[in-house]
Design a protein around this ligand. Sequence first.
Ligand SMILES: Cc1ncc(C[n+]2csc(CCOP(=O)(O)OP(=O)(O)O)c2C)c(N)n1
Ligand SMILES: [Mg+2]
Length: 806
Amino acid sequence: MAGRTSEQKSLPQAGAETTRLACLKALERKLLWLSSWTIHNANHLRPSRDGLKVGGHQASSASLVTLMTALYFSVLRPQDRVAVKPHASPVFHAIQYLLGNQSREKLEAFRAFGGAQSYPSRTKDGDDVDFSTGSVGLGVAMTSFASLVQDYVSLKGWLGADQPEGRMVALVGDAELDEGNVYEALLEGWKHDLRNVWWIIDYNRQSLDAVVSDRLFGRFDSLFDTMGWRVVTLKYGKKLQAAFEGLGGEALQRWIDDCPNSLYSALVFQGGAAWRRQLTADLGTEPGIKALLDRHDDTALATLMTNLAGHDLETVLEAFEAIDDDRPTCFIAYTIKGFGLPFAGHKDNHAGLMNEAQMASFQAENGIAAGQEWEPFAGLELPPETLQRFLSAMPFNARGTRRYQAQRVAVPTELALPEVPRMSTQEGFGRILAEIAREDSPLAERIVTTSPDVTVSTNLGAWVNRRGIFDRHPREDVFKEQQVVSAQRWMMSPEGQHIELGIAENNLFLLLGALGLSQSLFGVRLLPVGTLYDPFIQRGLDALNYACYQDARFMLVATPSGITLGPEGGAHQSISSPLIGMAQDGLAAFEPAFVDELAAIMAWGFDYIQRDGSGEAAADWLRDVKGGSVYLRLSTRPLDQLRRAPDSELARQIIAGGYWLRPPAPGAELALVYSGVVAPEALAAHDALQDDLPGAGLLAVTSADRLNAGWHAAERARQSGLPEARSHVETLLAPLAPDAGLVTLVDGHPASLSWLGSVRGHRVQALGVEHFGQSGDLDDLYRHYRIDVAAILDACAAAALQRLER
Ligand SMILES: Cc1ncc(C[n+]2csc(CCOP(=O)(O)OP(=O)(O)O)c2C)c(N)n1
Ligand SMILES: [Mg+2]
């Protein structure tokens, strides 16, 4: 049976199993204690300086103690990866503490600065968190995409010989199943013939506010079944199962099966006497029931009636250990929120904390002497050496922490530039990738693209034609077989390098998150590129934030953007995305106008997404050492390309966030500043200014995000004693007169550039789009939204006037 250690194997069979169970039961108790105590300590014993509640979830943690004991201390192997229900974080940290991967100091500092995190965090916790959780539903779905990525790297032969495929396990709160993204992931998983995934549902029938509706009962299993999953329902523990076998057992089972969730929860909370009253009233006349009640005192009756399978270690172990294949499996484990604690079953227990008196009696119940609260084995009946031996032999912990580091893939400093005189940045993107696809290079090998049903319309077609679509099973392109002429060749095979998704944007970001962690989860470096329509970033924004929070690395390419998508109009116009790009931590946002800029950004980006220099120097808010992900806001508007020779200084400035396309004269009174696809309007307006303001400059902003971040970093550096610190944007604006005017222009929210006035105190006229929703051609739209040449010249006149009036 899985989970036995070699040492135990040498013991007589029955003895080994008995020892294993005894150790597991002891550790189960210890986890309940440690998780409760960690939260108690943070709330009651650590002095509060700000009067804020610290919080923590004793009830949600208690609900998962048995399931997590079985998993971590017996079932899991080092290659398995787990997304832990966010509110069971204290149980996770307690497990890692017992395994020697978490310190007492961090537990004592639970939810404090630098302490163990409220919700398991890959980036902020040091105890080997596989997937961060917190925003419910996302960690669950992440396991499916991690499994898909495991298939991807495994079928390409990139896993080492000592790297067996693992199971991707989610410990799921039942209310998490209300999140739509879970079903989006289920559907997508089915399409990709998902395997090696376990979702273990902590079915305590309680959410944050209340006890969940009985009507949901029975829906989940059919849902999973339909999607090809095996469903294992863990409802009753051994004690209840035995009671069902005896006289009156059938009636008892019928009663409990039919018992409304709320009544069951209320009785759990009230305890033995209440169970006796209710069962006597409802079943007293059934043969055998009176005898059963008489055989149990109140405590024993409460134990019997709350003996759900999710708290019955042996039942849980049997269920987990019975699975020996890779079929996706959903365990619906009946549990009780707050099991073993004074507020078990109470509908208001989500944020409930034991008070001092309750904790004191819980401590006494656990046999833990004062001062021994953090001792790993205090109060347990088994000798510490036995328990320590058991823990040391744990297969899961055999290799210590399980983070991989992967070699970086060499990226050429320049990417081949398409020789097309007029094209859009989106077309340029497609051509640059298609050119890479021709090569037999490490870069071409490790790029993996993905798109939520907008592969062709975001210009990935040529890449896919050359590199194929990933599928676990080779499949011919039927249209090609049937000799139907099409520009697309969609060959599917394990060698394919594009993962085609359905439309759900949440899935795109979760997949990018999983692909972007491949170097750490599987030791295989991938360079993920995901494309979508710019406005739909907002659809998946929480999942994007989630991917960035985990420090997953990818390149996000969004087209078309802004009102420049023209006749398609209305609902698809994105105006806030430049601000999202600036504000999203872990994501460097760019909006190039010309394809040579894009090529420079992509070459840099493929390197940037691989950087992992530790630490964050004061002046490195740009994360140039640490790296991050990249967001490119592109357009479908064809522009005449500038004919420029490759220039490394220009490339440096493009990456830093901007350059003078037409430098200002020293002391210039005006500068026109534009970002992205409105370059032709900016150029035309600048031409028109020549007679009146010959010294005016034209500043191209390729990344408002990085200009802004650099400016803030320099401010901070100067405040902390580095007076020489200068950011790129400060240097760029230095030649202008101190009272010069800036006219800023972007097809997006004007606030993305208007801050430039604060850098050196210049006055700003900010043009951009604040309201949206009209369709039309660009002449009409730019005029309507006032980002056309006439509007720019009006703004320049206003800036000049403002200066005179000073
Ligand atoms: C996306 C999101 N919305 C809301 C919350 C706030 N929240 C935290 S836990 C919770 C309910 C959890 O219930 P369940 O998943 O059943 O877990 P239990 O505590 O019962 O174990 C809610 C609404 C959240 N963390 N994430
Ligand atoms: Mg619940």
